[in-house]
Structure formats: C-alpha cells, structure tokens
Design a protein around this ligand. Structure first.
Ligand SMILES: [Zn+2]
Ligand SMILES: [Zn+2]
Length: 231
C-alpha cells in the first residue's frame, strides 16, 4: 500500500530547514493537514503494523511522568510520623538507571527514577519512596550523625512498618522490553517511535529521517492524559 504520501513542502515551507525537536510546536490552524495526517496514520497502521508507531503530537501524547501521587503519599506519612518535617516535591530523575531512589539531606530532596515511576509496580514504588522517607526522618531527628542504614534507620523503618534493607528488590529486567525511542520527523512533525535507537527511520509521511536524538519513552500506565511518558 502506497497511500500515505503527504503534501509536505507547500504546507510546511520551512520544514526542510531542519528544526530541532524542542522548537517544533503543534500548529492549531492546520486542520486540513491534521485530518490528512490522521487518515495517513490509520492507513499506515495497516501497512506498517508492528514496524512502527507514529502519532500526531496534538494528542498531547507524550509527557513527563507525574509524581503527584507520591507527594501525597509522603505528606500523609509525615503527618503521622514526623509532622514538622516538610519535604519539597519529589524530583523525578531521568538519569537514574541503576539507582531507583535517593535522598539528599542538604536539600531535603527525595528523587526517584523516572523508569521506576513509569514502569515499576505500585508496591515497588511505595517501597522505594518509604525507604527514602525513612532517611529523611532519620536526618530530621538525628542530623548527620547516624550511619546511613544503622540503628536509627532500622528503628524508623520499624516505625514505618517497612523492611530496613539497604537495597530494594525490584526486578527491572522486564522494563527493558517496554522502553521505546521517539524522534520527531522534521518534515511532518510527527513522532516516530521505535524499539531501538536507529541511525535512520522512515516516517509515515514517507520521509527518511536521521535523528540525532532518540528520547527514551514508555507507554504510560499512570497518566490519563497521554499515551507515552518520557523516561
Ligand atoms: Zn538507603
Ligand atoms: Zn514525517
């Protein structure tokens, strides 16, 4: 089937000049084009099927993972166990790979891995967050004196009813199969999604693209607004 060639240059006169991903914005006024894209996508899904996904960015289909429910969980725990302690919003880190969570006492900052947030089981996320909250409470009560996973930490873990382990047992092997990579087609502005970072890819608009950057993404389970989250 060769039905998805779109009129690229008349509608996007600048699109051949190589915009970077970050400067391309959805264009609200190009309805005709968008309808064409949607039709093209439908048709292309038939022909490409497992080979690729592409979608219209106007669906707000990709976003940063949200950690609001974690902030709520933390504030509920602190209300009970350490009411005077206030922590800043959890930082979601896209750099943390082997680390799942961390606590930086100087900034009272809990960080968790975006991969954990996007692909971890709820119980795993809770365990990681609680571990870091335990560190925060130890620091609030005893300052820098106690050793990281020492007596004070164990006591706080007992109080929070969690295992005082140094490591959290989360199986991350299956995550790898769920990671996808997205690049923007500079000709039609759609995202092209692949299982691997490829030197080049064919967009549904028919153009061949050579992405400098493939963003790691995952299908989102916790977000209702989007199909994908950045990880
Ligand atoms: Zn720890
Ligand atoms: Zn394209």
């Amino acid at each position: 089937m060769e039905i998805y060639i779109l009129p690229v240059s008349p509608i996007f006169p600048n699109s051949l000049e190589g915009d970077s991903i970050s400067t391309l914005k959805p264009q609200g006024t190009r309805h005709g084009f968008n309808i064409a894209v949607k039709i093209a996508l439908k048709l292309s899904k038939l022909s490409f099927k497992s080979l690729q996904y592409s979608f219209d960015i106007e669906q707000r289909a990709i976003e940063k993972p949200k950690s609001r429910f974690i902030d709520l969980m933390i504030s509920e725990i602190l209300k009970i166990h350490q009411p005077k302690l206030q922590l800043p919003e959890v930082r979601v880190s896209r750099r943390m790979r082997s680390t799942l969570g961390s606590y930086m006492p100087s900034a009272k900052q809990i960080a968790i891995s975006s991969r954990l947030l996007a692909m971890g089981e709820d119980g795993d996320i809770r365990e990681v967050v609680m571990h870091e909250v335990a560190h925060a409470i130890v620091h609030a009560r005893f300052g820098n004196k106690p050793s990281a996973h020492g007596r004070e930490f164990k006591a706080v873990c007992k109080e929070l009813d969690i295992e005082p382990r140094r490591y959290v047992d989360v199986s991350t092997e299956k995550w790898q199969t769920r990671i996808r990579y997205a690049a923007r087609c500079k000709f039609c502005n759609l995202l092209v999604v692949r299982k691997r970072r490829m030197p080049f890819a064919r967009c549904v608009c028919g153009s061949k693209i050579y992405p400098k950057l493939w963003e790691a993404i995952s299908e989102s389970e916790r977000s209702q607004d989007s199909d994908w989250v950045m990880i």
